[in-house]
Design a protein around this ligand. Structure first.
Ligand SMILES: [Zn+2]
Length: 156
């Protein structure tokens, strides 16, 4: 299932990412999601993990505007969720470089099943498959309205 989160928080990462403040609010600039949802019956779904995700994210701290490249894995059931941060890297280049980088990464995804475009973001659904046991969806999300990332273009 394709879900759009414009912002993520400490709970979504299972820990603090940026040490600048307690706010822990992050704008999602880019996200690649590979999600597998198991078809469990309702009783099992409460206790057993039924959603597995691998994600690559580029997020910006809404307080200090630092940009982070993150990869994580996620296991979730109806009751609980476990997030494992595989890597967290602070981006030390210019904002425009970050923008160019994530736009280039986004453009390199080919074999797109569905393109979704709004004023604020674009999504490519890369694949979707389903069998008796599970549904798998891969998609990428790109923000394209961030006022800092696109400041030079918005002023023109
Ligand atoms: Zn920060």
């Amino acid at each position: 299932m394709v879900t759009v989160n414009k912002y993520l928080y400490e709970d979504d990462f299972g820990q603090k990412i940026c040490s600048c403040s307690e706010k822990q609010e992050y704008k999602v600039l880019f996200r690649e999601v590979n999600e597998t949802e198991l078809k469990t019956n309702e009783v099992e779904a409460v206790t057993k993990a039924s959603i597995y995700k691998m994600e690559k994210l580029v997020v910006m701290c809404t307080e200090c505007k630092e940009i982070y490249f993150i990869s994580l894995s996620f296991e979730g059931s109806f009751k609980s969720q476990y997030v494992t941060l595989e890597s967290v890297e602070i981006f030390d280049g210019e904002v425009v470089e970050a923008r160019n980088l994530i736009n280039r990464i986004y453009s390199e995804y080919e074999d797109v099943m569905v393109d979704i475009a709004t004023d604020d973001y674009v999504i490519k659904v890369l694949s979707k498959s389903e069998d008796d046991e599970k549904t798998n969806t891969r998609y990428v999300y790109l923000n394209r309205e961030d006022s800092i990332l696109y400041a030079d273009l918005q002023n023109e």
